[in-house]
Design a protein around this ligand. Structure first.
Ligand SMILES: *[C@@H]1O[C@H](CO)[C@@H](O)[C@H](O)[C@H]1NC(C)=O
Ligand SMILES: *[C@@H]1O[C@H](CO)[C@@H](O)[C@H](O)[C@H]1NC(C)=O
Ligand SMILES: *[C@@H]1O[C@H](CO)[C@@H](O)[C@H](O)[C@H]1NC(C)=O
Ligand SMILES: *[C@@H]1O[C@H](CO)[C@@H](O)[C@H](O)[C@H]1NC(C)=O
Length: 516
């Protein structure tokens, strides 16, 4: 009756035998379209999403039901200790964690998981980190702020032996918004270069939204074959009833009948496991998921039928489809975001954005629209800050932080208005930069600060918030600053999503977004 459990337990035991708990977990690497451990055996991800859902405040300004707070579960040592026995009962060998605060300490959780033979698929994108957290669906960019956010997360986790993969995007590309793939490819290129530069063997993953086979296959092929940068793991957030973690079985306990299918041929010819959705409760589109409910004080946890169901043992399948030939990538991707170049420019701009409130991020998008409209009316263009992944055209500032883009456009307008003081106000959102060189035009500053085109290995960004050694407290949700300026960010945590399963092309990721 516990066939699945036995399968999972056996696999886990195999890992343990090879690598006693005192030593590091075996390295998992990708060769062709499969994952392998160092002994040459294929590695299958048998995982579960381990992420508390943040607070969702529904409303017209939150069409995707994105949570407004996030929890860094791997910073909560007590909760990890509480949950570890359950994760071990499930027989899993991996978890996926969606939201991280790189300034917190993750030692205890990560080490406990490692000792239990559990790898971590770490999302480095997070919708909650307003504006910086993810490549946006509808207004995609690959810019310094997002690159830095990703690198800070990698820096905080790279010391652990059980990092299996870093997930650089979640459901960014959708059937209706397909302009973001070149930006994801650029992110894959730069993150891969960074991982190589720090001798990391972690894999690079992407979790896709479910859709028609033609859409998903094209997407997987593009991401796996892009000449710019390709991913190792393609996860598919998939939720059909007859499959893994179906939402449509609600409210009845899920039966997990997809598990034996996913872990046998012919599925294993394609997939390398999967991640069930979800350990913690999550609500999406009226469905409820989750196997475990923590008590109000967080000290204990109660499991439900989804957990107890023998077939509910979490497993995963991941599919690795990496065509060998590097297909021609017609769409060039942008350059590597360059903090030094963008910072140089910021210092030279004549009129700069002055954030009126600490949570100014939500304002930036609106103000860029306003300022661009004014510049265009005055005969200028916003081409320098724009990018078009479909045409493969990138303005020279496309890689800069949105606040620098905004200051640039404000400066252009101010200069077009012959520097009259009133042209650098934007209702109190801008101020004249007294340190800028007199009469230097924004466009000339861009020419001197920004190299024509550069792809390079990014280096570690400065740590944002000191105190990385601080004791962590995971029960409290972090504050999420404002919302995305564009409203389409996509790396939401598992939160609100709804389903339970994922498959991947090279590894797997899972989860579904709250989006309709
Ligand atoms: C976003 O990134 C920029 C540039 O790295 C940084 O200055 C800013 O503090 C970040 N914002 C948040 C909320 O992390
Ligand atoms: C800044 O811009 C926003 C959006 O246009 C506007 O509502 C606000 O009044 C402006 N000024 C300040 C100080 O926020
Ligand atoms: C964790 O944070 C919550 C909310 O801020 C607080 O109530 C709780 O006392 C904290 N727990 C610890 C152990 O610091
Ligand atoms: C990350 O944690 C630090 C330290 O507790 C806190 O100051 C900061 O606000 C957190 N960041 C986010 C985005 O929640």
């Amino acid at each position: 009756m516990r066939n699945l459990l036995a399968l999972a337990a056996a696999a886990l035991a195999g890992i343990v035998v090879l690598a006693p708990t005192a030593s590091a977990l075996p390295k998992v690497s990708r060769a062709g379209k499969y994952l392998y451990t160092e002994d040459g055996n294929r590695f299958f991800i048998k995982g579960i999403a381990y992420q508390t859902q943040g607070l969702i405040v529904p409303g017209p300004d939150n069409p995707l039901n994105q949570p407004s707070t996030f929890v860094d579960n791997l910073a909560d040592a007590a909760a990890c200790a509480r949950d570890l026995p359950n994760l071990q009962k499930l027989g899993i060998n991996a978890i996926r964690a969606y939201a991280a605060n790189s300034s917190l300490n993750h030692d205890e959780c990560m080490q406990a998981l490692s000792s239990a033979g559990i790898y971590v698929i770490r999302d480095v994108c997070s919708y909650f980190i307003a504006l910086n957290g993810s490549i946006d669906t509808t207004l995609p960019a690959w810019s310094t702020n997002t690159l830095d956010q990703y690198l800070r997360t990698i820096d905080a986790f790279e010391k652990y032996d059980n990092i299996l993969a870093y997930n650089i995007g979640n459901e960014v590309i959708t059937p209706k918004a397909t302009q973001s793939p070149p930006f994801i490819a650029a992110a894959a290129r730069d993150i891969r270069a960074y991982l190589n530069s720090i001798s990391s063997s972690a894999l690079v993953g992407y979790a896709a939204i479910d859709g028609a086979a033609s859409f998903v296959l094209n997407e997987a092929n593009f991401l796996a074959c892009s000449a710019t940068g390709s991913i190792d793991l393609f996860g598919l957030n998939n939720y059909e009833c007859s499959e893994f973690g179906s939402e449509n079985c609600n409210p009845a306990p899920r039966v997990w009948t997809e598990i034996p299918v996913m872990f046998s041929e012919p599925m294993t010819n394609v997939w390398s496991g999967g991640l069930a959705f979800s350990y913690f409760g999550a609500i999406s589109k009226g469905h409820e998921f989750g196997m475990a409910v923590p008590s109000s004080d967080g000290t204990s946890v109660t499991t439900n039928a989804d957990f107890d169901n023998p077939r509910g043992q979490v497993q995963r399948r991941h599919v690795c489809q990496r065509p060998r030939e590097e297909r021609v990538d017609a769409r060039a991707a942008g350059v590597t975001p360059d903090d030094a170049a963008c910072g140089c420019l910021a210092n030279e701009l004549s009129c700069v954005f002055q954030p009126p409130t600490p949570d100014y991020m939500a304002l930036v998008g609106n103000l860029i629209g306003v300022a661009c409209g004014l510049v265009q009316t005055a005969g200028g263009t916003c081409d320098d800050i724009s990018s078009d992944g479909v045409k493969g055209t990138y303005g020279r500032l496309a890689m800069c932080d949105p606040t620098i883009k905004l200051s640039y456009v404000m400066s252009q307008y101010y200069e077009l208005q012959h520097r009259v003081n009133t042209a650098c106000s934007f209702r109190g959102n801008a101020t004249i930069n007294a340190n800028a060189k007199p009469n230097l035009l924004a466009s000339a500053a861009a020419s001197s600060c920004i190299p024509s085109a550069a792809v390079f290995t990014p280096s570690a960004p400065p740590v944002l918030i000191p105190g990385a050694g601080a004791k962590t407290n995971t029960t409290s949700a972090g504050n999420a600053p404002g919302g995305s300026t564009t409203g389409g960010a996509n790396c939401n945590p598992p939160v609100g999503l709804g389903k339970a399963q994922t498959k991947s092309v090279q590894g797997s990721l899972q989860r579904k977004s709250a989006s309709p």
